[in-house]
Write a protein that binds this ligand. Sequence first.
Ligand SMILES: Nc1ncnc2c1ncn2[C@@H]1O[C@H](COP(=O)(O)OP(=O)(O)OP(=O)(O)O)[C@@H](O)[C@H]1O
Ligand code: SF4
Ligand SMILES: [Mg+2]
Length: 327
Amino acid sequence: MSELILSIRDLRVTFDTPLGPLEAVRGVDLDVRAGEMVGVVGESGSGKSVTFLAAMGLLPRSAKVTGSVMLNGQEMVNAPGKVLRNMRGGLMSMIFQDPLSALNPVHRVGDQIVEMLQAHQSQLSDKDAAKRAVELLDIVGIPQAAERAHQYPHEFSGGMRQRVVIAIAIANNPKVLIADEPTTALDVTVQAQILEVIERVQKSFGTAVVLITHDLGVIARVADRVNVMYAGRNVEKGGVNSLFDHPSHPYTRGLLASLPHEGAERLTPITGFPPNMLMPPPGCGFAPRCSYANDDCMKSLPELRVFGDLETACLRAEQIIVNGASS
Ligand SMILES: Nc1ncnc2c1ncn2[C@@H]1O[C@H](COP(=O)(O)OP(=O)(O)OP(=O)(O)O)[C@@H](O)[C@H]1O
Ligand code: SF4
Ligand SMILES: [Mg+2]
């Protein structure tokens, strides 16, 4: 097994809001090993982005963060500003869904890459950094990279801008690249191309990638391992094949049943809504929507337990595994 690069333990994030404390992340455990592609899926509001914004030290002051985020052996939770600045764009980078807001509209794209390179490699001359910037644009598939380096973000299409953002993110050869819904704002044909660039980066440079997405189909195609999140917790995780072949958590089962698949006469969406995180329930967050729920589920919060090669946070996982689809 390859080296553990990112290890998140019992991560909790609470926002101080005018309506009271909002528990966005409630005890997430997640590992990323060198060179692997880890998928993170879950409904909107399940805490996917906040988990990784916390890991990057990018949350506002209104956020209270506890737990541990070890990156390459160094603690990032409540680390000094200098440690976090060195880490961001160095050991770990993050790309977001909207490439336009990630780029500075008044700077040429080549200069933005140079800036990122020199922020972490101060010995790099302007000439060498400019040369490397063109190489990076080429790596992410921008044609005529030398000329394009002199252009401004508005002269690029959405897909090309996202390639520039990826070039900036990989400029210093990070060990971990976090891609938070990197294709959502792009049109369908371009989405596949951007995923292909991310996969190429992972394979060519051995960069570990965390791919956050709503799209289980994408995860099935590209990820090695998957973390399913629900109401601020990871409810099931494991290898991609095991999770797709025999999921044990009712929420994962629901997600898979709502995917178009061969032989399905109709899709079965998960009905109901996730809990209000201003008032999270004492028991399992999925209970109001779960056809397997019993009284215990309303009282105790399920922890992740090992079942074969999956980890599942469900009090009734044993019965679900034995009984298959029946409750
Ligand atoms: N700055 C903030 N202040 C207060 N609450 C926040 C803040 N950022 C996020 N939240 C809340 O934290 C919870 C988790 O949000 P998060 O953005 O991590 O969800 P997500 O899983 O990434 O969803 P999506 O799929 O829509 O991107 C949500 O309830 C959200 O409203
Ligand atoms: S703990 Fe109970 S409510 Fe939660 S997923 Fe399992 S069976 Fe359903
Ligand atoms: Mg998000």
